[in-house]
Design a binder for this molecule. Structure first.
Ligand SMILES: [Zn+2]
Length: 139
Protein backbone atom coordinates (compact mmCIF):
# COMPACT_ATOMS: atom_id res chain seq x y z
CA UNK A 1 0.00 0.00 0.00
CA UNK A 2 1.33 3.34 -1.03
CA UNK A 3 1.68 5.95 1.63
CA UNK A 4 0.18 9.26 0.56
CA UNK A 5 2.54 12.10 1.33
CA UNK A 6 0.86 14.93 -0.59
CA UNK A 7 -2.66 15.66 -1.71
CA UNK A 8 -3.48 18.17 -4.45
CA UNK A 9 -6.73 18.85 -6.24
CA UNK A 10 -7.48 19.72 -9.83
CA UNK A 11 -4.19 18.73 -11.40
CA UNK A 12 -2.16 21.32 -9.53
CA UNK A 13 0.72 19.20 -8.22
CA UNK A 14 3.78 21.45 -8.38
CA UNK A 15 6.51 20.09 -10.67
CA UNK A 16 9.13 20.50 -7.92
CA UNK A 17 7.16 18.16 -5.65
CA UNK A 18 6.87 15.62 -8.45
CA UNK A 19 10.65 15.79 -9.06
CA UNK A 20 11.38 15.38 -5.34
CA UNK A 21 9.08 12.37 -5.09
CA UNK A 22 10.67 10.79 -8.17
CA UNK A 23 14.14 11.15 -6.66
CA UNK A 24 12.87 9.53 -3.49
CA UNK A 25 10.86 6.68 -5.02
CA UNK A 26 12.91 6.10 -8.19
CA UNK A 27 16.55 6.74 -7.15
CA UNK A 28 17.76 4.72 -10.16
CA UNK A 29 16.16 7.21 -12.57
CA UNK A 30 13.88 4.49 -13.91
CA UNK A 31 10.08 4.28 -13.81
CA UNK A 32 8.62 1.24 -15.52
CA UNK A 33 5.09 0.79 -16.81
CA UNK A 34 3.29 -1.91 -18.75
CA UNK A 35 0.22 -0.49 -20.46
CA UNK A 36 -2.73 -1.97 -22.32
CA UNK A 37 -5.82 -0.60 -24.05
CA UNK A 38 -6.71 3.07 -23.75
CA UNK A 39 -3.82 3.73 -21.35
CA UNK A 40 -1.45 2.46 -24.00
CA UNK A 41 -3.02 4.62 -26.71
CA UNK A 42 -2.96 7.80 -24.68
CA UNK A 43 0.66 7.19 -23.64
CA UNK A 44 1.69 6.67 -27.27
CA UNK A 45 -0.07 9.88 -28.23
CA UNK A 46 1.73 11.79 -25.48
CA UNK A 47 5.12 10.26 -26.31
CA UNK A 48 4.76 10.83 -30.06
CA UNK A 49 4.50 14.60 -29.64
CA UNK A 50 8.29 14.42 -29.76
CA UNK A 51 9.93 17.64 -28.67
CA UNK A 52 7.23 20.09 -27.58
CA UNK A 53 6.96 23.86 -27.03
CA UNK A 54 8.80 23.38 -23.72
CA UNK A 55 11.67 21.86 -25.78
CA UNK A 56 11.21 18.64 -23.85
CA UNK A 57 10.60 15.04 -24.86
CA UNK A 58 9.56 11.92 -22.94
CA UNK A 59 12.89 10.14 -22.49
CA UNK A 60 13.57 6.46 -21.86
CA UNK A 61 16.31 4.23 -20.46
CA UNK A 62 15.30 1.55 -22.95
CA UNK A 63 13.35 1.88 -26.18
CA UNK A 64 9.62 1.33 -25.63
CA UNK A 65 8.62 -2.17 -26.74
CA UNK A 66 5.47 -4.17 -27.37
CA UNK A 67 4.80 -7.72 -26.28
CA UNK A 68 1.85 -10.04 -26.01
CA UNK A 69 1.26 -12.44 -23.14
CA UNK A 70 0.26 -15.94 -24.14
CA UNK A 71 -0.79 -18.95 -22.12
CA UNK A 72 -1.71 -22.56 -22.87
CA UNK A 73 -4.99 -24.23 -21.97
CA UNK A 74 -7.07 -27.11 -23.40
CA UNK A 75 -4.43 -27.70 -26.05
CA UNK A 76 -4.79 -24.15 -27.34
CA UNK A 77 -2.72 -21.01 -27.07
CA UNK A 78 -4.53 -17.95 -25.76
CA UNK A 79 -3.25 -14.44 -26.22
CA UNK A 80 -3.68 -11.54 -23.85
CA UNK A 81 -3.80 -7.90 -24.86
CA UNK A 82 -0.84 -6.18 -26.49
CA UNK A 83 1.35 -4.59 -23.82
CA UNK A 84 3.51 -1.53 -24.17
CA UNK A 85 6.50 -1.70 -21.83
CA UNK A 86 8.08 1.60 -20.88
CA UNK A 87 11.24 2.28 -18.89
CA UNK A 88 11.05 6.04 -18.50
CA UNK A 89 13.61 8.38 -16.97
CA UNK A 90 12.45 10.55 -14.08
CA UNK A 91 12.59 13.63 -16.29
CA UNK A 92 10.54 11.69 -18.85
CA UNK A 93 7.85 11.05 -16.24
CA UNK A 94 7.62 14.77 -15.48
CA UNK A 95 7.09 15.49 -19.19
CA UNK A 96 4.62 12.62 -19.62
CA UNK A 97 2.56 13.76 -16.60
CA UNK A 98 2.49 17.35 -17.90
CA UNK A 99 1.31 16.21 -21.35
CA UNK A 100 -1.42 14.01 -19.86
CA UNK A 101 -2.70 16.99 -17.90
CA UNK A 102 -2.51 19.23 -20.99
CA UNK A 103 -4.50 16.67 -22.95
CA UNK A 104 -7.23 16.78 -20.30
CA UNK A 105 -7.16 20.58 -19.94
CA UNK A 106 -7.09 21.37 -23.65
CA UNK A 107 -9.71 18.87 -24.70
CA UNK A 108 -12.70 20.47 -26.42
CA UNK A 109 -14.62 17.28 -27.17
CA UNK A 110 -17.80 18.43 -25.39
CA UNK A 111 -18.21 21.21 -27.96
CA UNK A 112 -18.03 18.64 -30.72
CA UNK A 113 -20.41 16.25 -28.94
CA UNK A 114 -18.10 13.28 -29.04
CA UNK A 115 -17.23 13.13 -25.37
CA UNK A 116 -17.87 9.36 -25.26
CA UNK A 117 -15.09 8.58 -27.74
CA UNK A 118 -12.61 10.89 -26.08
CA UNK A 119 -9.63 9.81 -23.99
CA UNK A 120 -9.38 12.88 -21.77
CA UNK A 121 -10.58 10.90 -18.72
CA UNK A 122 -8.08 8.15 -19.49
CA UNK A 123 -5.33 10.77 -19.69
CA UNK A 124 -6.27 12.23 -16.33
CA UNK A 125 -6.56 8.80 -14.71
CA UNK A 126 -3.23 7.57 -16.02
CA UNK A 127 -1.59 10.72 -14.65
CA UNK A 128 -3.34 10.21 -11.29
CA UNK A 129 -2.19 6.60 -11.11
CA UNK A 130 1.43 7.51 -11.84
CA UNK A 131 1.33 10.27 -9.20
CA UNK A 132 -0.29 7.93 -6.69
CA UNK A 133 2.59 5.46 -6.98
CA UNK A 134 4.87 8.38 -6.07
CA UNK A 135 2.95 9.23 -2.90
CA UNK A 136 0.94 12.07 -4.47
CA UNK A 137 -2.83 11.98 -4.43
CA UNK A 138 -4.43 14.22 -7.04
CA UNK A 139 -8.15 14.50 -6.51
ZN1 LIG B 1 -12.28 15.07 -24.34
Amino acid sequence: MCEIEYTFSGGCTPEEILKEQLEKHCPNDSYTMSLVGDDQEIAIEAINQGIDSHLQAVTFNNEPSFRQDSFEGNGKTYYGPSRLDLDTTNEGIVVLCRRLLEYWENCDCSEEEREDECKHETAYQLRSCILWTLGIEEI
